[in-house]
Design a protein around this ligand. Structure first.
Ligand code: AMP
Length: 289
């Protein structure tokens, strides 16, 4: 048994016992699901959950179902002791760090298939991804049964997918989005940024610059197709590959063009630098006329 400064459950029964005692005391519960390797972006979500609820549970679970065989499941950074120290400093009330069989027991045979906001963008290059995310999020939400769950806008498509899932399955939980936390040079914080070499790290911040430029071009009235093409060209010169650069409806992620830019829009991008895949996004508004 690890001697941590913070309560820590590894089984569903231990989690449920803790949650039950809070419920008996009429406490509200917030939940922050993570894959660990925690940084300021995750900790900001814990603070947001604390601002909404009496007690906060943070899960640390590297979900095998959302990795394809050629992705980085084995090498994904695992820093449990440091994570526990950071969560303790934030006064998180419980870490839930289940073993894989606690989430996917022998014989587990369910996988949620999502449409709507799950279509396109991330799903083009990672067709397995949102099925795995939706399945684990539904499972964890049922295990914790929180009042509020907090997800980062860093994974904007995922946030919309989770909102859709909660609505469609009547999960009875409020899904709250937390703003993207960035490094001083604008790079969105990510557990995977540790994969970047020094040279790649220098180029990585350019994604935010390109998306910020695209958002302001769109807001200034440059035709969307023209603005996206020039942002894509800029990304192609900086990065090793460009998976997508897009402007979408901020609420549904449906494609949007200059004629339909009468609603809040979101610019989104995914690029590759060596073995690392970076994603980022930001808001864009309709042009003022
Ligand atoms: P992960 O551990 O990468 O699965 O992320 C867990 C949660 O943290 C997700 O809801 C992410 O969107 C969120 N998150 C990751 N990075 C950031 C960031 N830089 N700013 C805000 N939220 C983030």
């Amino acid at each position: 048994m690890l001697n941590l400064q913070i309560p820590h459950a590894t089984t569903l029964s231990a989690l449920r016992a803790r949650v039950r005692s809070w419920r008996e005391d009429r406490m509200t519960i917030g939940f922050v699901p993570t894959m660990g390797a925690l940084h300021e972006g995750h900790l900001a979500l814990v603070r947001l959950a604390k601002a909404h609820c009496d007690k906060v549970v943070t899960s640390i679970f590297v979900n095998p179902e959302q990795f394809s065989p050629q992705e980085d499941l084995d090498t994904y950074p695992r820093t449990f002791i440091e994570d526990a120290q950071k969560l303790s400093a934030e006064k998180c009330d419980l870490i839930y760090a289940p073993e894989t069989h606690e989430v996917y027991p022998d014989g587990f045979a369910t996988r949620i298939q999502m449409g709507g906001p799950a279509e396109g963008l991330e799903s083009v290059d990672r067709p397995h991804f949102f099925g795995g995310v939706a399945t684990v999020v539904a499972k964890l939400l049922n295990q914790v049964r929180p009042d509020v769950a907090v997800f980062g806008e860093k994974d904007y498509q995922q946030l919309l997918v989770v909102r859709q899932l909660a609505r469609d399955l009547d999960l009875g939980v409020d899904i709250i989005g937390g703003e993207i936390v960035r490094e001083p040079d604008g790079l969105a914080m990510s557990s995977r940024n540790v994969y970047l070499s020094d040279e790649e790290r220098g180029r990585a911040a350019e994604l935010n610059v390109i998306l910020a430029g695209l958002a302001s071009e769109v807001s200034a009235g440059t035709p969307i197709e023209e603005a996206v093409s020039s942002a894509r060209r800029a990304a192609q010169t900086t990065f090793d590959a460009v998976d997508y650069i897009a402007v979408r409806c901020a609420r549904t992620l449906a494609p949007i063009d200059s004629a339909t830019l009468d609603r809040p829009a979101r610019v989104l991008g995914a690029v590759r630098l060596g073995v690392t895949r970076l994603i980022d996004n930001r808001a864009a508004s309709a042009p003022r006329i």
